[in-house]
Design a protein around this ligand. Structure first.
Ligand code: IMP
Ligand code: MG
Length: 186
């Protein structure tokens, strides 16, 4: 893993970064989220991975769920590969029928909250019987734009732009195993 990180690090050229959470920290958080869901979810659920950021969290989380799940995905963006922006753009809608289903939305990070609230509303409007949300990171700030809050979160993260474990920084580094922040923003 160290050699791989050295190679990957070379690509960051003049940018320095710090690790916020190691792969082991993340694994522990995923276990905790799975435990809470396993204790509270009954019946069959449609687990919907919010691409692309939710990719690894969905993969790791769903493999720890002990209740029956079908797996779906959807793709929306709000940041357009920059660190700012507002508009929610649909790239892929779930192909499965949501009507009458118990839907578990799985995403990487709860920032201002607009994305998750919009997706929650979308699922209910599509006829989902119940919608729950599992988010790995809850960004700590007082700029939440919505009253909606995720049902289960794994880790609290500072109010910085973070990347790795599914999350990109300028389109890159989603495949890094931990979660990182640029040093000059620490
Ligand atoms: P929200 O609508 O402000 O809650 O934004 C949520 C979405 O923005 C997440 O699903 C991420 O895709 C993206 N996002 C927000 N903050 C970060 C970050 O620090 N790093 C990477 N992506 C982020
Ligand atoms: Mg996302």
């Amino acid at each position: 893993m160290d050699k791989m990180m050295d190679k990957l690090t070379d690509k960051l050229i003049d940018k320095k970064f710090e690790q916020l959470f190691s792969a082991a920290d993340i694994d522990q958080a995923v276990q905790s989220v799975a435990k809470q869901l396993n204790e509270t979810c009954e019946g069959e659920w449609l687990a919907v991975c919010v691409l692309t950021g939710g990719l690894f969290f969905s993969a790791d989380l769903t493999r720890r769920l002990t209740f029956p799940v079908q797996i779906e995905s959807l793709k929306v963006t709000r940041y357009h590969n920059t660190t700012r922006g507002d508009k929610l753009v649909w790239h892929l809608k779930p192909r499965s029928e949501l009507r009458g289903k118990q839907v578990l939305l799985i995403d990487d990070i709860f920032d201002e909250g607009k994305t998750l609230e919009a997706l929650y509303d979308y699922c209910l409007e599509a006829g989902a019987e119940k919608v729950r949300t599992a988010i790995l990171l809850d960004k700590q700030h007082d700029r939440k734009m919505v009253d909606y809050r995720p049902d289960v979160t794994g880790l609290k993260c500072p109010d910085k732009y973070v990347f790795g474990y599914g999350m990109d920084m300028e389109g890159q580094y989603r495949n890094w195993p931990g979660i990182y922040v640029l040093s000059d923003s620490v």
